[in-house]
Design a protein around this ligand. Sequence first.
Ligand code: ZN
Ligand code: ZN
Ligand code: FE
Length: 752
Amino acid sequence: MSGSVRNDGDGVLIRVWGDAERIDELCLRLVADCPPLARIDSIERMPLADAADSAEFAIIESAATAVHTGIVPDAATCAACAAEVADPTDRRYRYPFTNCTHCGPRLSIVRGIPYDRANTSMSVFPMCAACAAEYADPADRRFHAQPNACPSCGPRVWLADANGKDIDIATLGAQDAVDAASRLLADDRIVAIKGLGGFHLACDATSVEAVGELRRRKRRWAKPLALMARDLGTVRRYCSVSGAEAELLSGPAAPILLLQNAEIADARPLAPGVAPGQSALGFMLPYTPLHRMLLHDWQTPLVMTSGNLSDEPQCIDNADALERLGAIADAVLLHDRDIVNRVDDSVVRHMDGTPRLLRRARGYAPAPLTLPAFLRDAPPVLALGGELKNTICLLQDGQAVLSQYLGDLQDARTAMEYERTVSLYRDLLQHRPRAVAVDLHPNYRASQFGRRLAMDEDLELVEVQHHRAHLAAALADNQWPLEAGPVVGVALDGSGFGDDGSIWGGEWIVGDYRRLDRVACLKRVALPGGTQAILEPWRNLFAQIEADIGWPAFQQLFAGLQLTKRLQARPVQVLSAMIERGVNSPLTTSAGRLFDAVAAAVGVCAERIAYEGQAAIELEALVGDMLPNEGYPFAVVEQDGLPVLDPGPLWRRLFADLADGVAPSQIAARFHIGFADAVAELSADIASTSGLGTVALSGGVFQNRTLFERVTAGLRERGLEVLSHQRVPTNDGGLALGQAAIAAALMLSPSR
Ligand code: ZN
Ligand code: ZN
Ligand code: FE
């Protein structure tokens, strides 16, 4: 065939002359053999009137001004680059920063637009002649690869001790700094490693001593630690990995994948401290040449956890890392390519046969998400997300760009970075919003920032109730068309500010993007002590007892229970009075708190949780594979004119089971089954009374696989279509997308 290919402002233009059949094949193979990082939105084909101007096929260099290149996600090392790094005869042998147009850093090194080397942290490394030639050659794999580098012109890596002093690698008998770090790890040391989007703390995952020491120094007591293994074979010694999961692990996004723990007999066991109380392990594969080199000699996994102290954001800067990680790590592997944007590892879990993002960051953000067609004409909207697991969302031209996971805005450092990230994204996308969407919460930092912004820039302010945003996110995630009409939404969540100022978190909401009406909820129960009750699950158990049986009656009915004695040893009289008088005991419909209460009843994290969701996660881990046919009963009662799902009946059965000595794993299973079935049934009832055929599921509680899969199956059995999250998290990481979708829909046609 003859003709040409070039980039223009709208995409790629191919002019080709040849057999019709060959041209058909070309169109098919454009999609089938698409380069790793290319994304084909559509192919438009039209006949050419003119004749071929040459017998050749040529790649024409683009006119720089016409090219509008978006910022793409960072991508794991491609096979071709990996082969070069492993080849002793290649000029990039063991070069940790090898990359090409198919792989390497992107979002993590960008400072502004246009996306070219001068606007990235590669600007301080002028290309050598060999690299420049690759960069300029349209036929080369590194044509216009902005971060292109080699050992003679690019960034370098070195090993320092905890005080920042260079470690002489020769004394370790190592061939280079990365090899030296690997040797220190083999000697049970903790090494901080500067990677792609931030620092990790690494140690030997099979060393009880090293893992214990890492937890002590990092002051991270319970939260599971992520693992990195050299290859799939190593992962398979610890977890079962399906074909689809294997593909995801080795793909360009290379996320942390939560996999079912299934250690095989001859594997060297992981230290129990890696993931206490978990049924799943979080594994990833090396995604930069540096990580490949580091793991090269390792038959067992390394712990690769974010480089920070407890809840702070991970370090990205060398000086900051030495200051903050010096007390945790024995050595620090540093390099001189600046990380401009902190990009955490993404987390994915397969549920109901589909990969679902639980944390959307490296490898995914900021790839645009296609929205339902009706939003194509919506004015640009900036949505600022929630308080925890924050992301922001910029909607324009029918697409939504969701930022990488930015973290918890309660942390001062994260809050400081937040406004800078908002500006960066506005800059990168040339985004001039007409509206700002925020959570209805009066005190969320993101909401306060958004209200100020709307005032300062004279923009429309749209305040969106937390669970409506969750459900709109589920609709947008599924590109649900407006014409398809309303759905029944179920938001099971930790907490969100409700219309009535109380704390919501177990809501049935009917509607679409423009209007969402709350039609049912979980029974309202006190949160004795407010925030304290979120940290101490036993308080929720006590509140459930008070709400249902009453503490005095409970003590008589279940006097012999361990649980009763444990509660009697606590200041429950004070709590009782607080609940009665409504002092520091807000009411909540939170599903997350119900899980906490059940966990406390079976002795899981009863005292205190060390991280958000811990009690629910450990309760689910207890369930195992053997599910009973029947779960605990729930009732549907009426409260303030709304149907309310009441866990009352469950508690009597659960306490009776405790008295009969039923195993905690059985109780956990009966609770999951009972709750899932009650949720499915109430949802189906609402669907039938409102004449709707679709149920949307959202909220952090749906990260629970047992619950999610059972609810989904229950709804399908009842003939309902289920919309759930895949591209964005079901937790608050997806909130901004829902806020943006609602604000955009209202701007198009205000309906209230
Ligand atoms: Zn590559
Ligand atoms: Zn070079
Ligand atoms: Fe939420």
